[in-house]
Write a protein that binds this ligand. Structure first.
Ligand code: ZN
Length: 112
């Protein structure tokens, strides 16, 4: 499996066989719960306390891209009003939050 697909599926950065997160993105109360290590190759998913603070930068980039894409599509392609576009951007941010948080943690672990 390619590294890009492993990132999108939130798999282990070393072996790509086990999941990093215990529950699905749709489990709204536990979507961020992670395993402490890989069940296959024993890679530590939490190398040090506060390790995932840097994932905020990745999350900022991912959310900015989603905001920009949503705003451009609604404004120029669908020609919606500014109020509708802003509401849709807020709703989009809330709906994709669980996945973008997991994705940003996964990317941060892959690049470190
Ligand atoms: Zn592994």
């Amino acid at each position: 499996m390619s590294k890009f697909l492993n990132i999108l599926l939130c798999k282990c950065p070393k072996c790509g066989k086990s999941d990093m997160f215990k529950f699905s993105s749709f489990n709204i109360f536990n979507f961020i719960s992670m395993y402490p290590e890989c069940s296959n190759c024993k890679v530590n998913f939490e190398p040090e306390p506060g390790f995932y603070l840097g994932a905020m930068y990745i999350s900022y980039l991912v959310n900015s891209f989603i905001f920009l894409f949503t705003a451009l599509m609604l404004t120029f392609y669908f020609e919606m009003s500014l109020a509708f576009t802003l509401c849709a951007m807020g709703l989009t941010a809330v709906l994709v939050l669980p996945y973008t948080l997991r994705l940003s943690r996964t990317i941060w672990l892959f690049i470190n």
